[in-house]
Design a protein around this ligand. Structure first.
Ligand code: ADP
Length: 299
């Protein structure tokens, strides 16, 4: 269990990236969903002990993460948002090198670990090729291979599917799903389907705060009776947005399907059994509304 308690972070330039974040993250896949700038990477880097928070505490089982960062690092697998330089060395050499850095000194044992991970991430066939020439999906799979060295009990993957094509994304998510239930895996993403497909628990982070937390199924149930749908010609979108709280719209066969948030059925709309995307957009709409109300009060 990972316990994040009242964690806040303000950057030296005054940006408040995290505001009193408290989360209990059990074993299994946990989705941390939020728009760009929400504070996800700041939180991931903080948990990964790459930066200290301004306030708060973090515990992972017995480990006081902020007081004993090196102890956490021994059991951490981290795939950062920006994996950085892609060297001209082969996947095999690089993974072997990283296994040395992780303390697997024994040659035979290291060979077993490296070969197992290359197989598991489906990179065996390209193990001799330079990582610099890998596709985005191959790089991310290599990123998972290096994160899994040493059987970590806490795995953090930060926006891993951004920029992957659908097939690569699928393959990558299947790989994550196979990691196992005895490990805490935090998947940070701005893509709703990543969480919907994989995570039994999730939280929405926006404006540095946890806006929502729970099981996707329960959260979807909570929007029941508040989300309504209507198909309109695209010229009417602006008008709809002026009258209703439009939480999402998408083009379908030349028209626009709008979803609106309302406590009772608006004229011309039909009830829709919402999905996680509606939950997410409702949460963001409510967050924006609260921020606007606070700003109006301050003015
Ligand atoms: P996300 O990963 O959800 O996109 P980030 O954690 O990267 O969010 O950023 C949260 C906020 O903190 C943003 O407003 C971002 O501009 C700001 N921020 C991130 N890193 C720094 C930094 N090193 N210095 C100043 N502000 C930062």
């Amino acid at each position: 269990m990972l316990e994040i308690t009242n964690v806040g972070h303000t950057y030296p330039n005054g940006t408040r990236a995290l505001d009193n974040v408290t989360l209990s993250i059990p074993k299994g896949m946990f989705g941390l969903l939020g728009p760009n700038g929400a504070g996800k990477s700041t939180l991931m880097r903080t948990i990964a002990t790459l930066q200290a928070p301004t306030t708060g505490s973090i515990r992972f089982g017995e480990i006081d993460v902020l007081a004993e960062p090196e102890r956490l690092r021994r059991t951490l697998g981290y795939l950062p948002q920006d994996f950085g330089v892609y060297p001209r060395v082969s996947a095999y050499q690089m993974l072997d090198h990283m296994a040395v850095l992780k303390g697997i000194a024994h040659g035979k044992q290291r060979r077993e670990v490296v070969e197992h991970l290359l197989n598991e991430t489906n990179l065996w066939a390209v193990r001799g090729k330079a990582i610099a020439g890998f596709s985005g999906g191959m790089r991310q799979r290599f990123g998972i291979a290096q994160a899994l060295i040493g059987d970590p009990e806490l795995i953090i993957v930060d926006e891993p599917t951004a920029g992957l094509d659908p097939e690569e994304r699928n393959r990558f998510l299947n790989l994550l799903a196979g990691i196992g239930e005895n490990v805490v895996v935090i998947l940070s993403t701005h893509i709703v389907e990543d969480v919907a497909d994989l995570c039994p628990r999730m939280a929405v982070l926006a404006g540095g705060r946890v806006q929502l937390e729970g099981a996707p199924r329960d959260l979807i149930a909570s929007t029941k009776g508040r989300v309504w749908q209507r198909t309109i010609p695209h010229q009417q979108l602006a008008e709809m947005q002026a009258i209703h709280e439009v939480i999402s719209h998408r083009f379908f066969a030349g028209e626009i399907v709008v979803h609106v948030l309302a406590d009772s059925q608006p004229n011309g709309f039909a009830p829709v059994s919402g999905g996680l995307e509606d939950v997410y957009f409702v949460t963001l709409a409510e967050t924006r509304r609260a921020a606007a109300a606070a700003a109006a009060q301050a003015a």
